[in-house]
Write a protein that binds this ligand. Structure first.
Ligand code: OKP
Ligand code: ZN
Length: 346
């Protein structure tokens, strides 16, 4: 399985995020991607190839132009204002009127960044756009170059980014951009399976009223887990999209016995939907030793997950999302992709 990677992701390395009671070291570090690259290639996956440039058009099919321009300009405007450190909001525009846009940089930061875990630093825009290109390059391999699967080693991740906002380490929704581009290419139906520990609120929102993208997510209960506002089981989509959104919220402490049952249920629903492409939002922060998460999956479990996904026998694009126990993150991704590759029928 080809791996798409470029070390330009290192340009995004904010020193801090807002933690409870104080600033803390940013968990979403460049060495995450380095470890995933090391362990997947050592496991015999690859070859590694660099992303191609697809420009900003596929991004603007998913994200609001005003938001995208903000992402591009924010750090410069923030520095011009004389601030030290990355741009982090001190307020929330949760009652914002989309017709009204603040004009000051602080106003914009509070308008477009929904929480304290998406600092915008020097290089954030460039790395986020590159991650979208990493996703697009993986898609291109499957659509146009005869590959049946690919691994887009995106960093920063994307599934918390909505149409016009960033949050939770995510700036551009790499999985959603790839899904929309696949439809624009002519595919009819896409399934997005989000197995990151956190609910993919951004992906859910982007495709909420759509029946051509079926979104399924297994994650920590939103009552006790980030992002705290979506991920409940009764969120099923609206309009044409009714029934094409499925959430599996699970309590802290959930192990592979219960998690695996939800995976099987999700895979059964995907098989019934019959997508032309499966996109996996691949987070491994479900690992028992992840520093910010509370599920109890173990390293060998990831191989089984890969095998079960392969049994669907669909073209599959893996998009890297979260996973923070840096020593194990590479092993867990490598196990999942190895399990998939060994079991894949083509
Ligand atoms: C991004 B992804 C740490 C709190 C972290 C933000 C979590 C973002 C997760 N003390 N809050 O889904 O892995
Ligand atoms: Zn996560």
């Amino acid at each position: 399985m080809k791996i798409i990677y470029d070390d330009g992701h290192r340009r995004h390395a904010p020193p801090v995020e807002l933690g409870p009671g104080s600033f803390i070291a940013h968990f979403e570090t460049p060495d995450r991607a380095d470890l995933v690259l090391k362990m997947t290639t050592e496991a015999g996956l690859g070859p590694v190839m660099k992303p191609e440039d697809f420009g900003i058009d596929p991004v603007l099919r998913v994200h609001d132009k005003g938001y995208f321009r903000f992402l591009e300009d924010a750090y410069r405007l923030w520095k011009d204002e004389g601030y030290e450190g990355p741009a982090i909001p001190f307020g929330s525009a949760f009652k914002r009127n989309p017709e009204r846009h603040p004009t000051s940089i602080n106003g914009l930061v509070c308008h477009y960044i929904i929480d304290g875990a998406a600092p915008i630093d020097d290089g954030t825009y460039e790395a986020a756009l590159q991650a979208a290109n990493v996703a697009m390059t993986g898609l291109d391999l499957i659509l146009n170059k005869g590959e049946s699967s690919a691994f887009s080693l995106c960093r920063p991740p994307g599934h918390h980014a909505g149409p016009d906002y960033c949050g939770g380490y995510c700036y551009l929704n790499n999985a959603a951009i790839a899904a929309q581009a696949a439809l624009d290419h002519g595919l009819g139906k896409i399934a997005v399976l989000d197995i990151d520990y956190h609910h993919g609120n951004g992906t859910q929102e982007i495709f909420w009223e759509r029946d051509d993208v079926f979104f399924l997510s297994i994650h920590g209960e939103p009552g006790v887990e980030y992002p705290y506002f979506t991920g409940y089981a009764d969120e099923t989509g609206e309009g044409k999209g009714e029934g094409f959104n499925v959430n599996y919220p699970l309590p802290h402490g959930t192990g592979f016995d219960v998690w695996g049952e939800k995976l099987d249920d999700a895979l059964g629903k995907i098989a019934g939907y019959g997508p032309d492409l499966l996109i996996v939002s691949l987070g491994v922060d479900t690992f028992k030793e992840d520093p910010i998460s509370e599920f109890k999956l173990d390293s060998p479990d990831y191989r089984i997950i890969g095998q079960r996904i392969a049994a669907l026998n669909k073209k599959t694009l893996f998009i890297m999302e979260g996973g923070y126990a840096v020593d194990a993150i590479g092993t867990n991704v490598a196990n999942l992709l190895s399990g998939f590759s060994e079991s894949a029928q083509n």
